[in-house]
Ligand binder design. Structure first.
Ligand SMILES: Cc1cc2nc3c(=O)[nH]c(=O)nc-3n(C[C@H](O)[C@H](O)[C@H](O)COP(=O)(O)OP(=O)(O)OC[C@H]3O[C@@H](n4cnc5c(N)ncnc54)[C@H](O)[C@@H]3O)c2cc1C
Length: 245
């Protein structure tokens, strides 16, 4: 399937949203991902294909992905950044089961850029004016690194039962009055005292997601109620605030 690039928008110092035209007949469920392919004969060893969550909601006209563009990026990210409006790239079919379950109270845990599937789902709930009992705990390095804060604040205001709990590790006490530190056991219990009654969805860099499953099981969440979305490639970036240590 061809995707036509429309444009990009800077969300934080290094997080960008890339918009594409939604092809006729394309449908997906909020939280699903696609594989993108950008041909490049000089691609580095990481190659020309990447998986990305569709951070847009199926209720929106465009398809979007949201990603970090660091200074020392892969050739794939360089090619993505260089796209011009009207250019086409290749995409696979939407896949994945990291989607809203039909029933149940939810606990969403995101590390940094791992918040993309939750953005898709929260936007969907807002657009459809649905209510849902959800606690979103979002770990970030600092307040300026938080992507989609406005959307989640709006969700907390408008969706009955939606609680938004961003946590940052580095902050200035004059500008940040929210939660601080890592998403450890104490922080989880403070945000979600009833976490054993919830279905947990954990999304972010691979080491962070891997670390959370045993932690949640130890805290009493049933293993079958823990769903995971791993983002490989960010191993070096995220040993900090999102780790479960
Ligand atoms: C189901 C699924 C969903 C995903 N959804 C998203 C999403 O919504 N958003 C998102 O951003 N990612 C997502 N990912 C991860 C994505 O596919 C990439 O792996 C990730 O963005 C890293 O991209 P990159 O490898 O191009 O590295 P970059 O982002 O360019 O760099 C990441 C780190 O790797 C280092 N690095 C870069 N190139 C090299 C190299 N050649 N050799 C060694 N180190 C290098 C950089 O210095 C940096 O520290 C998802 C993955 C999966 C499997």
């Amino acid at each position: 399937m061809k995707l036509i690039f429309k444009g990009k928008k800077n969300l934080t110092s290094d997080i960008w949203k890339f918009d594409f035209e939604k092809p006729n007949g394309f449908s997906y469920i909020a939280g699903q991902y696609v594989q993108l392919i950008i041909d490049d004969s000089e691609a580095d060893k990481r190659g020309t294909k990447r998986w990305f969550t569709l951070s847009s909601s199926p209720s929106e006209n465009d398809l979007s992905i949201t990603t970090r563009l660091v200074e020392e990026h892969s050739t794939f990210k360089g090619d993505l950044a260089k796209l011009r409006a009207g250019e086409e790239i290749e995409a696979g079919e939407p896949e994945g089961e990291f989607v809203l379950p039909k029933t149940g109270k939810l606990l969403w845990i995101a590390g940094g850029i791992g918040v993309t599937p939750f953005h898709s789902q929260a936007k969907y709930l807002l657009d459809k004016e649905e209510t849902r009992d959800i606690i979103l705990v979002h770990g970030n390095r600092s307040p300026k690194d938080i992507a989609y804060r406005e959307l989640f604040e709006l969700a907390a205001e408008r969706i009955n039962g939606f609680v938004y709990a961003p946590i940052v590790e580095n902050f200035s006490s004059t500008t940040w009055t929210g939660k601080t530190g890592k998403i450890d056991e104490a922080a989880l219990l403070e945000c979600a005292p009833d976490l054993t009654d919830r279905i947990a969805f954990v999304s972010g860099p691979e080491p962070m997601v891997e670390a959370f499953k045993p932690r949640l099981v130890k805290m009493g969440v049933a293993a079958e109620n823990i769903h995971q979305d791993w983002f490989p490639g960010y191993e070096d970036d995220f040993s900090g605030p999102q780790s479960a240590n």
